[in-house]
Ligand binder design. Structure first.
Ligand code: NAD
Length: 349
């Protein structure tokens, strides 16, 4: 992979995780934020966007970006001062606008809601059938959604693109940690993931919370999608702001089965606690893999995330690392859809 110029990244979605992606990209030298969109518009610059202006958004991306953007100039080799050219505009189809600009992008980080289950796969399919050759990373969570994405391997390969799917925290880092943990054992009995997330207010991560609600008994993806903000407020009022989720339909299972860590999906269990009223994690996030060694001992390896690390750090950090790996795969001529368990992420500096 060439690293002689920064990787030009588009972020799809400017909500909680989209803004976190802009903030982290702003701290790195190997990547620049070239474009970002929300459901109403797109902001784009061939040079680089002002990531602080994205981070400080409180509502609409286009209006907010224009209000917050710092006046900025760059100097070319001849000493002429150039204004950074930024295009910010509302449109009916921001994804279509991104596809039209694909030739000035290297990578795409998808931070869209995945409601319904096939929404993000349908976005990737549009890029692939539109002929864009890019590296993509998503932070999909549901088993069914990741299966939809794997079914796109042919069009993605034909467009000479690479998609790495399920590259957040769970699935993502924790599933990748389970692949490493499995190496000590001749038989893996179980992988248990128990996550804790604390956020100060749920409106900062609307899609994440709706998608979590969809795992509660009696709820479905469709029902969660149809809930208004006041319905969500009312539900959270009843639970004191907490959601405790068990036996979640999380793609860690298919991603671990795909590389031989487990034979059966039921060997992987994912659950956790979301606190929507306090930034402090309600419980530590752990991945525990139980197995039998070659000499007959049953034991377990546990991987624990630091309590001070936020959901944003643990989702966007890995997503960027996997995006760099996706670019590496593309540069080596390996195209198609792969999971977070199939390759280690690289580190974006
Ligand atoms: P959010 O609701 O805060 O933001 C979503 C953004 O997408 C908004 O800016 C919205 O305007 C935009 N958007 C919606 N529809 C659009 C469209 N058709 N075209 C363009 N933009 C559109 O979302 P969030 O809470 O940041 O979550 C983003 C995703 O991250 C979710 O799918 C969630 O499941 C996933 N996530 C993954 C993990 C993990 O560990 N794998 C953890 C947390 C969240």
């Amino acid at each position: 992979m060439t690293t002689d110029r920064p990787i030009r990244v588009a972020v799809l979605g400017a909500g909680g995780l989209g803004k976190a992606a802009a903030q982290i990209i702003g701290l790195k030298r190997e990547v620049i934020l070239t474009a970002i969109c929300d459901s109403r518009g797109i902001v784009w610059s061939e040079e680089s966007l002002d990531t602080d202006a994205v981070v400080s958004l409180t509502g609409d991306l286009v209006d907010g970006y224009q209000a917050h953007q710092r006046p900025r100039t760059t100097t070319d080799h001849g000493g002429v001062t150039l204004a950074t050219r930024v295009e910010a505009r509302h449109c009916d189809d921001p994804i279509g606008e991104m596809i039209r600009r694909a030739d000035v992008l290297d990578g795409v980080l998808v931070a869209l809601p995945n409601l319904p289950n096939d929404f993000i796969p349908s976005v990737i399919e549009r890029f692939a059938t539109g002929g864009s050759s890019l590296a993509f990373v998503d932070v999909l969570k549901r088993t069914r959604a990741v299966q939809y994405l794997f079914a796109l391997d042919s069009p993605v390969s034909r467009s000479r693109s690479v998609v790495l799917t399920g590259c957040g925290a769970t699935p993502g880092t924790l599933a990748a940690a389970a692949v490493l943990a499995a190496q000590s054992f001749v038989e893996v009995e179980k992988v248990d993931i128990w996550w804790g997330v604390g956020i100060a207010n749920w409106e900062a991560y609307r899609a994440t919370i709706r998608e979590d609600i969809a795992h509660l008994p009696g709820y479905t993806v469709e029902r969660a999608k149809a809930m208004t903000d006041s319905d969500v407020d009312a539900l959270l009022e009843q639970t004191n702001g907490r959601l405790e989720l068990r036996q979640m339909e999380h793609a860690d299972d298919v991603l671990l089965q795909r590389v031989g860590v487990v034979d059966r999906l039921e060997q992987v269990e994912v659950g956790g606690v979301m606190d929507t009223r306090h930034a402090k994690k309600p419980v530590s996030t752990t991945m525990t893999l139980t197995g039998i060694t070659h000499d007959g001992h049953r034991s377990r390896h546990t991987f624990i995330l630091g309590d001070e690390t936020t959901m944003a750090a643990n989702v966007i950090g890995p997503a960027l690392g996997y995006l760099k790996r996706a670019l590496w795969l593309k540069a080596h001529g390996l195209f198609g859809v792969f999971g977070c368990t199939e390759f280690l992420p690289m580190v974006v500096r």
